[in-house]
Design a protein around this ligand. Structure first.
Ligand code: ATP
Ligand code: MG
Length: 365
């Protein structure tokens, strides 16, 4: 059987700066026509990873392959300009002395008429058909960014590396450009490695997300899996606000003010954290000091008092102070409901939406 070779593959990349490891054993792959997203907080090593793949920075160890062929390890190195990799970086720069059309044509060669057609086709697709003869300084920041995008796409790179390429655009423009860019890249069967620190952007664009933290990839998978089967508490927290309940496993169960939770596979006596997103907490009214009856789906209700309620547009965010320990619980509810501060209510947790993680001990003691 012919096993498909990834268009781009990085194996065990490692990079140190002044003795500190900032990219630590990163392996990833991207298939043709697919988008892999490197997602993680500021400083976790995303741009450094991308720069090594682009060839503008050398890894301390690890290898990079394109279509199964080695293009870079610590001794052998194909120079950046011969990698057929398109780049769209955070700090993109257009050539100020070249017109917009000339900027887009920069990486092209060959027949003049063919080049001109390609340039006008791309300018049209990024919504700048009439700007070919303008100079970069005559364009807004967002327009310049779209020119940079057209320039990167022009030579039909087989791999496109994008580092927060849409960060300078306002929301509505951004959605349009983002979708359009993806469409062009998919049409050309380009393999895209996209860096972002925004979970929404990653979910919207990626076929595959590699979640990065402190230089390492902590989880990799389709957006649906990363969101619904997160590897740890921080992976949940990266995508949304979280609520956390702590407890100890006794007889395979954890007793909490919200009822008991199953703790499969966790050792007896271990502490666990039960993590729940604000949209999976249900709230109900107080009936003369009593809450709703327990259910299998939602367990037992626990009582809290509204500390703050904020209208957020499509939904409201309500913060409760819980009676049992004074902790804060965040709940999102449909926007029609905005309870008054001080109101007593009952909270219930959607069992099949919460995540249970053993608490990691930071040292072996
Ligand atoms: N040339 C350099 N010299 C020294 N340290 C560097 C250098 N480049 C990056 N670093 C450090 O390496 C770490 C990773 O940086 P990197 O730019 O890869 O992060 P990032 O994930 O892209 O962050 P952001 O989302 O803020 O762009 C950071 O702590 C940064 O300060
Ligand atoms: Mg960066």
């Amino acid at each position: 059987m012919n096993v498909a070779v990834p268009r781009l593959e990085a194996k065990h990349l490692l990079r140190r700066y002044g003795g500190r490891v900032v990219v630590n054993d990163v392996s990833l792959h991207v298939n043709p026509g697919q988008v892999t997203c490197l997602l993680g907080p500021s400083g976790c090593g995303k741009s450094t990873t991308l720069r090594m793949i682009a060839g503008v920075e050398m890894q301390d160890s690890g290898e990079i392959y394109v279509d199964g062929s080695l293009i870079c390890d610590t001794v052998f190195r194909v120079p950046p300009e011969r990698r057929n990799i398109g780049l769209m970086f955070q700090d993109f720069a257009l050539f100020p002395h070249l017109k917009v059309g000339e900027n887009v044509a920069f990486g092209l060669s060959g027949d003049k008429a063919v080049m001109a057609r390609r340039v006008s086709e791309l300018l049209e697709r990024v919504g700048l058909a009439d700007y070919g003869n303008a100079y970069p300084h005559e364009l807004s920041g967002g327009e310049q960014q779209r020119v940079a995008l057209a320039r990167a796409l022009a030579p039909r790179p087989s791999i496109m590396l994008m580092d927060e390429p849409f960060s300078g655009l306002d929301n509505r423009l951004r959605d349009g450009i983002r979708d359009e860019t993806l469409e062009i890249l998919r049409e050309q069967d380009t393999a895209v490695l996209l860096v972002t620190h925004e979970p929404e952007e990653a979910m919207r664009m990626a076929d595959n997300i590699a979640l990065m933290r402190d230089g390492r990839i902590v989880q990799e998978g389709a957006p649906y899996n990363i969101y619904n089967a997160p590897a740890d508490r921080d992976a949940v927290a990266f995508f949304s606000d979280i609520n956390v309940i702590r407890g100890k496993v006794e007889g395979s169960l954890v007793q909490t003010p919200f009822g008991q939770f199953l703790a499969p596979g966790v050792h007896e006596g271990n502490e666990v954290e039960i993590v729940i997103r604000p949209q999976h907490v249900k709230i109900d009214f107080d009936r003369s000091g009593r809450g709703p009856d327990p259910t299998i789906e939602y367990g037992t209700p626990a009582r809290g008092v509204v500390k703050r309620a904020r209208f957020m547009g499509s939904e409201s965010l309500v913060e409760f102070r819980m009676d049992h320990d004074g902790s804060i619980f965040r709940v999102t509810v449909p926007n029609v409901f905005l309870p008054a501060e001080g109101k007593v209510m009952w909270l219930m947790i959607r069992r099949n939406k919460c995540f249970l993680f053993p608490i990691k001990r930071t040292n072996a003691a």
